[in-house]
Design a protein around this ligand. Structure first.
Ligand code: GLY
Length: 379
């Protein structure tokens, strides 16, 4: 396969379709589609963790095309998120997912001062969730009974770049300390010997002692929820890129090696690598996120001389296998349908599975842009 040609053609198909999709959904913040039409989470669901990805898609398209339509839609998405910053119970560890693809992206592209403020307020809130006892960032809220005060989740690795950004902008090392202390805790308690990852780890929030692990959105305790594996894979390589700490690169490689070894022959990723053998449920989001992380590992290794470059090819071709499988078998290229990726799954035990999810589309576009050189670095 001519990889460059494939990437260019895929990017062109995305641009053609997304111009129409953006135009007809310009005032929404979509999560999924109903009969191929995006829904809208702008109203009373505005604090949902995925509400930054539509803006992120717009920034990636703007960066690649300079079409003002995309910048305008991204700004509308960013401004709508301000309600989050005034809603304590709506704030959680997912600040990175919400403000890196919106306000921080805007600030990086335009230097907008209001966007800088949003990013910094969100980073301060995220830093405030750090528990010095167990050295972890608390994931979710509870009803005020403290039942989730000791819960940390692997997804948070993807939110740490908001703290790295705040550190890089302000030179205040507290952001860096909190991000790296959490990453060290995650490497120790979430990543298992074989490179698979726990979804949820509970600590005693008073003493910081390890307490338990939970299956979370995966099949069961001790199983291997594939999106969680993907968050770990991409999250650790991002921590390496921001700190140049080799331990994070090695952790990312360990998780990636496990992911590659468990990738089915057809390149399509199940919801959990340890789901029952007769279960065929898939999650295309895990595939797109992992592809992004694999491409970053490959890029990092390329900088490490001849041996690194040789090793790099393993991760690069693993990413290509995932992306070509998605493009050929799981992309909806119909211009009349709003979503790109099909067969995305939020959680194994949910009632519904295999539908469109906005962050699947976001990471698929980001991965293709990594190959064409059109990516805006969001994380
Ligand atoms: N961060 C939540 C999820 O991946 O579903």
């Amino acid at each position: 396969m001519d990889e460059k040609k494939w990437a260019q053609e895929t990017a062109e198909k995305i641009k053609r379709k997304m111009r129409l999709v953006a135009e007809r959904n310009r005032h929404k913040i979509p999560y999924t589609t109903e009969n191929g039409v995006f829904d809208d989470w702008s109203g009373d669901r505005i604090c949902w963790w995925t509400n930054g990805f539509w803006g992120g898609i717009m920034w990636q398209l703007y960066h690649a095309t300079k079409d003002e339509l995309y910048r305008e839609i991204a700004l509308e998405n960013e401004e709508k998120l301000d309600v989050n910053l005034m809603t304590a119970e709506g704030m959680n560890h997912d600040s990175g997912f919400r403000w890196l693809p919106t306000a921080v992206a805007d600030y990086r592209v335009t230097g907008n001062k209001a966007s800088f403020n949003r990013g910094l307020l969100a980073a301060n809130d995220l830093a405030g969730r750090f528990n010095p006892a167990g050295q972890f960032i608390r994931a979710w809220n509870d009803s005020g009974d403290g039942s989730k005060a000791g819960w940390a989740i692997i997804d948070c690795m993807m939110n740490l770049p908001l703290l790295y950004w705040a550190y890089e902008e302000t030179c205040d090392p507290r952001y860096l300390h909190i991000a790296t202390l959490h990453a060290d805790t995650a490497a120790k308690y979430f990543i298992r010997e074989d490179g698979s990852a726990n979804h949820i780890v509970a600590f005693d929030p008073v003493t910081g002692a390890f307490s338990d692990t939970f299956g979370g959105q995966g099949y069961a305790k001790g199983s291997s929820w594939t999106r969680g594996q993907a968050w770990a894979l991409y999250g650790f390589i991002l921590s390496y890129l921001h700190t140049r700490n080799e331990t994070y690169l090695n952790t990312a490689k360990k998780v990636a090696n496990y992911f590659i070894a468990n990738t089915p022959e057809n390149g399509l990723i199940p919801v959990d690598f340890r789901q029952p053998a007769d279960c065929t449920l898939e999650d295309s989001t895990a595939s797109a996120i992992a592809a992004c992380g694999l491409l970053e590992i490959a890029r990092a290794l390329e900088e490490k001389g001849e041996l690194g470059a040789t090793e790099s090819r393993i991760y690069h071709s693993a990413a290509l296998k995932l992306l070509t499988a998605l493009s050929e078998k799981r992309c909806n290229w119909d211009d009349g349908c709003d979503h790109l990726l099909e067969k995305c799954t939020a959680a194994f035990h949910d009632k519904t599975h295999e539908f469109a999810i906005i962050y699947g589309d976001y990471y698929f576009i980001e991965a293709v842009w990594k190959l064409t050189g059109e990516e805006l670095f969001i994380w």
